[in-house]
Design a protein around this ligand. Structure first.
Ligand SMILES: CC(C)(COP(=O)(O)OP(=O)(O)OC[C@H]1O[C@@H](n2cnc3c(N)ncnc32)[C@H](O)[C@@H]1OP(=O)(O)O)[C@@H](O)C(=O)NCCC(=O)NCCS
Length: 171
């Protein structure tokens, strides 16, 4: 049976449910990378990524009113080191960089393979297109087969960068 999935922008009232998904993602990463300690990013989500007025644009997927997935992106300056360390905010409406970067996506395990991530991607792509960006891109490690499949199914062009791919969708 088809799930009734609603996609919309993140709202501050989603915070607690959202952070539960982040914990799920972190537990999954810890399971995958046994030889490392992963410092939690919860504080960063709370104080940076999910702060209203910051550069991040976040969409959530809801099933029966519950947040079961998310996708976060931001306008990219084209320099990953600057993009990752700084939050660059436009001070004039004339500024739209060409690229919109897809940073991270997650769907709760029991809701996977039902098209939720694809729906989230469609929504953010439409947002980026309307905002006037020239392209949307993501960088994905080669081990992350599910995410590569999702992005490829949306017709992104794939470029081999060694241990990862750059996937681009031009408008
Ligand atoms: C990657 C992830 C978000 C996919 O979410 P999802 O809602 O299950 O994906 P969808 O159901 O929208 O799948 C869309 C497409 O990808 C394919 N796909 C999804 N998961 C797949 C898998 N594990 N193996 C092969 N193909 C897969 C689907 O078949 C579908 O292709 P189609 O449109 O050609 O039929 C989810 O698996 C996840 O959260 N993984 C862990 C977190 C993670 O690695 N995040 C990325 C870090 S940046």
């Amino acid at each position: 049976m088809d799930l009734n999935v609603k996609i919309r922008e993140y709202r501050p009232k989603d915070l607690e449910q959202f952070l539960k998904l982040v914990m799920e993602l972190e537990a999954e990463l810890a399971e995958k990378f046994k030889d490392v300690k992963i410092k939690s990013g919860l504080d960063n989500y709370r104080n940076r990524y999910l702060m209203p007025e910051n550069k991040y644009k976040t969409f959530v997927a809801l099933v029966e009113g519950k947040v079961v997935g998310y996708l976060m992106g931001f306008p990219s300056l084209g320099a990953p080191e600057v993009d990752n360390m700084y939050d660059i905010l436009p001070v004039s409406s004339n500024w739209t960089p060409p690229e919109f970067f897809l940073q991270i996506t997650f769907v709760s395990k029991s809701f996977r393979n039902q098209g939720i991530s694809k729906k989230l991607h469609r929504e953010i792509i439409e947002y980026a297109r309307k905002q006037g960006y020239k392209e949307v891109y993501a960088c994905i490690a080669k081990w992350n087969i599910p995410e590569i499949k999702v992005i490829q199914s949306l017709k992104f062009k794939l470029k081999d960068l060694g241990y990862r791919y750059r996937l681009t969708l031009k408008f």
